[in-house]
Write a protein that binds this ligand. Structure first.
Ligand SMILES: O=C(O)CCC(=O)C(=O)O
Length: 323
């Protein structure tokens, strides 16, 4: 596992949505746990206290790049890449007429826009791509990682491939702050996310950013954290205003210059999103999910009756919750 760091000088400016964040002030580098990766006691303490573990260079770089190549081939097939560039540059195609990416979440197209979050990020429907994402499938279910995760939590573990999503984020896009529990429902809060870059993702490509201390926002957990976007017909992102989050709840954002092989592990109640992609290349990464086998449930996709009427905006919901 890599332990070297790629430092970010204080004063470095990055963007998250419409907000500019300054390193050393609103945002700090993620703390890497690679140097203590054999020390389960320390890792458990860090996961509980910090809300996350940043494992640099966990996966062999070649395994990650093999998965990336599969995703790039699919992006190419979807007409998303600019012709005439080496594929691994992930250059975003300039002609939208070439793209065949669907906005119909429930449809049979394997390439869809993240319409749930009103974003042009391209998501891939794995069940429709069986046989074409073998390296990606091996990476998500990598025995070393699943064993590590099981040792960390105490018990045998497994990857939830069906909930793991490769994503390609285009220029200007970012992910708003959210808890993952709202996408799985509170009955599934045993699931963990293992976010991984599928290529090097320096700050300008818009990597993952997490909000330190957000696993302890008790009032937010007790309100927003009880939601399920489908059951409660509610927006998923808690906020697109990264500075409002810091000013209202305290804490700082954290991010890193990520490299292929890194993983960030966190639970369902940990605010995260991403910085803006400031380049003309896709940012390629994967949201991967893991759980202990003992926690496995025969879960209904939606627990409880589905709310009626139009979707509730997060703004209205937050006002009602007083958070
Ligand atoms: O990669 C991103 O922009 C967001 C990732 C995310 O929300 C997740 O992994 O749960």
């Amino acid at each position: 596992m890599t332990t070297s760091s790629n430092p970010i000088p204080d004063g470095t400016r990055v963007n998250m949505g419409a907000c500019e964040l300054t390193f050393g002030r609103h945002i700090v580098p993620l703390r890497a746990s690679s140097a203590v990766h054999d020390d389960l006691t320390t890792l458990r303490q860090r996961l509980a206290e910090d809300g996350y573990l940043y494992l640099r260079g966990f996966h062999p770089r070649a395994s990650v790049l093999a998965a990336r190549d599969e995703i790039l081939a699919l992006l190419d097939e979807a007409g998303c890449l600019e012709p005439g560039h080496p594929r691994e540059h992930a250059a975003i195609g300039r002609d939208p007429r070439r793209r065949h990416v669907s906005s119909d979440l429930a449809g049979q197209d394997p390439f869809i826009y993240d319409v749930q979050n009103k974003s042009r990020t391209v998501l891939f429907k794995l069940p429709l791509l069986a046989g074409r994402v073998q390296a990606y499938t091996r990476l998500v279910g990598a025995v070393d990682f699943v064993r590590f995760f099981g040792d960390l939590l105490g018990g045998a573990a497994e990857a939830r491939l069906q909930n793991s999503i490769p994503r390609a984020v285009p220029t200007g896009e970012f992910t708003g702050a959210h808890y993952d529990v709202v996408y799985f429902g509170p009955h599934n809060d045993h699931i963990y996310t293992g976010w991984m870059p599928l290529a090097d993702i320096p700050l300008e490509l818009g990597p993952l950013a997490v909000l330190l201390g957000s696993h302890r926002f008790e009032q937010v957990r007790a309100t927003y954290g009880r939601m399920h976007t489908v059951r409660d017909r509610i927006e998923g992102w808690f906020s697109t205003d990264a500075l409002e989050m810091v000013n209202t709840f305290g804490g700082q954002w954290a991010s890193a210059n990520f490299e292929a092989g890194d993983v960030v592990l966190f639970g369902m109640y940990f605010m995260h999103g991403s910085l803006n992609n400031m380049t003309d290349r896709y940012r390629l990464s994967s949201d991967c999910r893991y759980q202990r086998v003992a926690d496995r449930k025969v879960e209904p996709p939606v627990a409880g009756p589905v709310a009626e009427g139009p979707e509730t905006s997060m703004r209205d919901a937050r006002q009602a919750w007083g958070v």
